[in-house]
Design a protein around this ligand. Structure first.
Ligand SMILES: [Zn+2]
Length: 269
């Protein structure tokens, strides 16, 4: 995100002047800013400065506390909890609600919005309902297919070692893959890894910073979740639902951080 600042430039000195290097000249009504060094009139410029990415990534932790986001998160968590009781497809329905919501957060954040434009149109075909979940699962599959193949094809002792290395590569790839998956239509988009690799290639530094934040978020979020599980997990109904809300809030922060990364570097992507 960029902020606009006003800066004053002295043509004669060919230099920007900070406020303490300027003086006000002229009659009361039409005061002008002049250079305190040479006395020349200063030109006012509007400059766009980039806010540091880390500040925006940090602000993502406050995002689920925005009233509209908090309400949506609670509703999505409860809906996904109750969807699990639908016969046969309950588990898949519950998962696809979570993934669709998380993708929605990522897309809105990538557009620089703080609100969510929730699509209330219900998809007609069942396959469309599950498209976000399928894109999500395919992204995981693409991320770790190399490691899986190595594990099976090479066998011990080389297999596990190569699989570990390829698994790390997959872990680096996964967030970029999810950015692409969140923006896609249909089911099969994530099979093509080129767009995600392109994202990493264009902003490797910021991507690495975002990865650090994602790691931090997941450690703190799911650590807290494990801790609370012991404290309130036993409370009937309320306990599990509260844990579900907290789990989703953690995912929402991670999606927000990925969206913020895209938004802040949209000109390079
Ligand atoms: Zn000057």
């Amino acid at each position: 995100m960029t902020d606009v600042v006003l800066r004053r430039f002295c043509e004669q000195c060919q230099a920007y002047r900070e406020p303490h290097e300027t003086k006000q000249v002229g009659p009361e009504r039409v005061r002008l800013s002049a250079c305190a060094i040479c006395g020349g009139v200063l030109r006012t410029e509007q400059q766009r400065i980039a806010r540091p990415l880390t500040a925006s990534l940090l602000r993502a932790y406050a995002y689920p506390a925005l009233p509209a986001i908090a309400v949506s998160t609670v509703v999505a968590a409860l809906t996904s909890a109750f969807a699990a009781y639908v016969p046969l497809i309950g588990g898949l329905l519950s998962a696809t609600i979570v993934i669709a919501f998380v993708f929605l957060v990522l897309r809105a954040s990538a557009e620089g919005r703080d609100d969510l434009a929730i699509d209330t149109e219900v998809a007609e075909r069942l396959s469309e309902w599950f498209a976000p979940l399928i894109r999500y699962l395919l992204t995981w599959l693409v991320s770790f297919s190399g490691a899986l193949v190595a594990l099976v094809a090479l066998g011990p002792p080389a297999g596990p070692l190569v699989a570990f290395g390829l698994g790390l590569v997959g872990l680096l790839y996964l967030p970029a893959g999810l950015i692409v998956a969140a923006h896609g239509d249909g089911c099969l988009g994530p099979i093509n890894p080129v767009p995600a690799v392109r994202i990493i290639g264009r902003i490797p530094g910021p991507y690495a910073v975002a990865l650090g934040f994602l790691l931090l978020t997941s450690l703190v979020g799911f650590g807290l979740l494990a801790l609370l599980q012991r404290v309130i997990g036993g409370i009937a109904l309320v306990g599990p639902l509260a844990l579900r809300v907290l789990g989703l809030a953690t995912l929402v922060v991670m999606a927000r951080q990925l969206g913020v990364l895209v938004h802040e570097h949209r000109e390079e992507l």
